[in-house]
Design a protein around this ligand. Structure first.
Ligand SMILES: [Zn+2]
Length: 218
C-alpha cells in the first residue's frame, strides 16, 4: 500500500515537473532512407509536409505501414510523421539527415545550401485543398467524392495541431538555431515551389502554431 502511494507520488511529481506536455511517440525507424548529418552543420530550419495514400486508397489513406513503404520506394523519409490522432511516429533520428525536402531554393536566401542537411522534416497525414491535390492527379470530381464521404479526413485534425505545437517546442529546445519565425519554420511548398510540391498547402492554418501564412518583411 505504502509502496503504491510512493509510486503514485513519484508519477505525479514526474507529470507536474515535466516541461513538456505528453506526446505519444511510436518508433518506426527508417534508417536506410537517411544519411549522416555532416559534422558542424547547424540545424536551423523546420520543414512541414503533408502526405497520404489517397489516390490509391481513398478509403484508407492514412495507413502508417503503407506510407512507410511508399517512402521506402521513393526513396524518401522525414524525421517525424504526425498521424490524425496526434501520434508522433519517429522515422529518422534528429542527428541523421532525413530525405524530405528535395530540390529547392529559399526566395529570401538563394545561396542557402541543401535543406535536408539543415533541417528537421515533419510529415502530417493530411489531404489539402482541391488546388493542392491537383498535383497528385486528384480531379475535382474525385476530391468532392472523397470530401463527401470522409469530411473529417480533409485538412488537419485538432490532435495534429496540438501534437505539432508540442513537437516544435521540443525540437527547438534541442536545436535553438531554429528561430520561431516564418524564415526558419517553412512549408515544403516554399522550398520546392508549388509547381513541384504543394504541402502543407492551403488548408494548413499557420495561426494554430502561432505563426502566419504570410512571411512578415524582415
Ligand atoms: Zn513534402
Amino acid at each position: 500500500m505504502a509502496r503504491n502511494r510512493i509510486l503514485v507520488s513519484c508519477l505525479l511529481l514526474a507529470i507536474t515537473t515535466s516541461a513538456y506536455a505528453a506526446l505519444k511517440f511510436v518508433d518506426h525507424w527508417m534508417l536506410k532512407q537517411s544519411s549522416t548529418r555532416p559534422a558542424g552543420v547547424v540545424v536551423d530550419h523546420l520543414v512541414l509536409h503533408f502526405c497520404s495514400d489517397v489516390i490509391a486508397h481513398p478509403d484508407d489513406p492514412y495507413n502508417i505501414n503503407r506510407q512507410v513503404e511508399i517512402f521506402e520506394k521513393a526513396p524518401a523519409s522525414a524525421n517525424y510523421l504526425i498521424a490524425r490522432d496526434g501520434t508522433v511516429y519517429r522515422l529518422v533520428p534528429e542527428d541523421r539527415v532525413a530525405w524530405h525536402a528535395g530540390k529547392g531554393r529559399l526566395e529570401w536566401d538563394p545561396k542557402f545550401p541543401g535543406m535536408n542537411q539543415k533541417s528537421i522534416g515533419i510529415e502530417m497525414f493530411a489531404i489539402g485543398s482541391p488546388n493542392d491535390m491537383k498535383l497528385f492527379g486528384m480531379t475535382k470530381e474525385k476530391y468532392d467524392a472523397f470530401k463527401t464521404k470522409h469530411p473529417e479526413w480533409v485538412g488537419f485534425s485538432d490532435a495534429q495541431y496540438t501534437a505539432l505545437n508540442e513537437l516544435i517546442k521540443q525540437i527547438r529546445s534541442r536545436h535553438p538555431a531554429i528561430a520561431f519565425d516564418r524564415y526558419h519554420i517553412i512549408g515544403h511548398e516554399e522550398w520546392a515551389g508549388r509547381a513541384r510540391r504543394t504541402d502543407p498547402g492551403e488548408l494548413f492554418d499557420w495561426k494554430r502554431i502561432g505563426l502566419t501564412r504570410e512571411r512578415p518583411a524582415k
